[in-house]
Design a protein around this ligand. Structure first.
Ligand code: 5AD
Ligand code: SF4
Length: 488
């Protein structure tokens, strides 16, 4: 069966479940763990469930169907999930709740064994490659009253045209590729998400054009390694393993070309992407960022460690100097460019001097935002077997030192925003005060200000008046008078 036929079949199952659910006021709850790719998967899960007649509730006690979309990138998630499933036992008996658990953790054998042993009342277990079959799985549970385990160990295909219910009205998340080929030695992702597979350029462009028509202003292109978009496919074409019969890859055959094509789409005003890999930051990508006015000049550039020795152990394929050179090159080619990053503290064998190298890079780059993680051993990765694991107390102490440095730098940079005018995409009423609006600068900083709700989903000029560490207060600039004010 082709992917298109498979999706057609699932659409039939959606209709069948809808018929079974007719005239019943059914509700679902969903818990999403982990990254934005998982969030985007959950948007598709919600899209399918709503078409099957389920309505979203945030009260699990009133749900007829509970879905967990799991992540296994870092620790804690396992205990949290097991705790949550444990809590559902009573509800299962009381409300005849259907429990469906999916996502990355379900691709791990030791998790499946634990679920089988301790939580036999789970109805559906689905993996990362079988998300699109949820309608069929639910139908099986309802019609045949049996449990379903739907996990594929081989790499999945790329499925288009799944229903989707988006979380945001301003930013449209668009997954452009699945999987990862990099095998960083600390990371579980390549084992649970499989090899890199890119969506066809035209499918992505069509999805973004549709988002633009719906009024979305910002697009977030997602993938585990976005700047190797289409790399595997182009290699296969070169080797004659993939024949480009319909000319799908003729015009857009790289990430840089995709960026340029998205930049042309009318209605879209901001483009972000996450996450690129420093080793794949080729000149054409930097030039595309420089040339395309809609691409936000805040680039996420995961560092992981500042020590060349650690980077080698992590299999990151760049040195401290190469990373810093890349930052310098981008700073010289892209005026005003800023960076955010991911850093892991306490990977196996990290010495005090390795950690100092990380602090050194942080001082030199002066990031806008740093996502800091304490290394957690993942079962089945090379990192698990490495000698000289760093004791927990040292990891925590180093983490605190890094945090202090980062917070100090960010506090200083934040001060520099005060008095400047920023272009802010208005997202909606502020969570803490619904009389205020909230939005984000191009550098992804949150700004809260007074304004009319008809400004939602527009990009407006806001003068930053106060810095509150995690957000700014601002004032809308009338008449768009931005003379005499320095822009950051
Ligand atoms: N321990 C801690 N952090 C990790 N990350 C990935 N694997 C691990 C791990 N085992 C972090 C990396 C990655 C981010 C998404 O999660 O920094 O970029
Ligand atoms: Fe994990 Fe490395 Fe792939 Fe990122 S690039 S998903 S850190 S293996």
């Amino acid at each position: 069966m082709t992917e298109i036929e498979e999706i057609e079949q699932q659409k039939e199952y959606i209709k069948k479940v809808k018929e079974l659910n007719k005239n019943r006021d059914l509700k679902y709850s969903i818990l999403t763990m982990g990254c934005q790719l998982n969030e985007n998967d959950s948007e598709k899960i919600c899209g399918m469930l709503e078409q099957m007649g389920y309505k979203l509730t945030d009260k699990i006690e009133e749900a007829n169907l509970a879905v967990f979309n799991t992540c296994c990138v870092r620790e804690n998630a396992e205990e949290r999930l097991f705790g949550k499933i444990g809590e559902l036992k009573n509800l299962k008996e009381k409300n005849n709740l259907i429990i469906a658990i999916g996502g990355c953790m379900m691709q791990e054998k030791h998790i499946i064994e634990k679920l089988k042993k301790s939580f036999h009342y789970i109805d559906i277990i689905f993996g990362t490659h079988t998300l699109h079959k949820l309608p069929e799985d639910i139908f099986t549970v309802l019609e045949e009253q049996r449990k379903v385990k739907d996990i594929l160990d081989i790499d999945g295909n790329v499925y288009e045209d799944l229903p989707i219910k988006r979380n945001s009205k301003t930013t449209g998340s668009v997954t452009i590729m699945y999987g990862c080929n990099n095998f960083c030695t600390y990371c579980i992702v390549p084992y649970v998400r499989g090899r890199e597979r890119s969506r066809k350029p035209q499918d992505i462009i069509n999805e973004i054009k549709d988002l633009a028509k719906q009024g979305y202003k910002e697009i977030m292109l997602l993938g585990q390694n976005v700047n190797s978009y289409l790399r595997s496919e182009m290699e296969e074409i070169k080797q004659g393993k993939l024949i480009d019969e319909n000319g799908d890859y003729k015009e857009i055959n790289s990430f840089a070309k995709l960026l340029r094509a998205v930049n042309e789409i009318e209605g879209i005003e901001r483009i972000r992407f996450q996450s690129p890999h420093p080793k794949d930051f080729t000149l054409d990508v930097i030039e595309a960022i420089r040339d395309c006015d809609k691409i936000c000049k805040l680039i996420h550039l995961p560092l992981q460690s500042g020590s060349t020795e650690m980077l080698k152990k992590m299999n990151r394929k760049y040195t401290k100097e190469q990373y810093l050179d890349l930052v310098d090159k981008m700073k010289s080619m892209i005026p005003g460019v800023k960076f955010s990053t991911d850093i892991i503290v306490g990977f196996a064998g990290e010495t005090e001097s390795d950690f100092e190298d990380t602090l050194d890079v942080v001082r030199k780059v002066n990031y806008e935002q740093v996502f800091m993680f304490i290394y957690s051993i993942r079962v089945g990765t090379p990192g698990e077997k490495m000698p000289n694991q760093v004791p927990e107390d040292i990891k925590h102490k180093r983490f605190d030192r890094l945090k202090e440095l980062v917070e100090g730098q960010i506090a200083k940079t934040s001060q520099e925003y005060v008095g400047t005018i920023q272009k802010v995409l208005v997202e909606g009423p502020s969570k803490n005060n619904d009389k205020m609006l909230t939005g984000r600068t191009e550098t992804n900083r949150v700004v809260v200000f007074e304004g009319d709700s008809n400004l939602i989903n527009q990009i407006i000029n806001v003068k930053i008046t106060e810095d509150h560490l995690w957000y700014f207060k601002g004032e809308i600039i009338k008449n768009n008078d931005i003379s005499n004010v320095i822009e950051v």
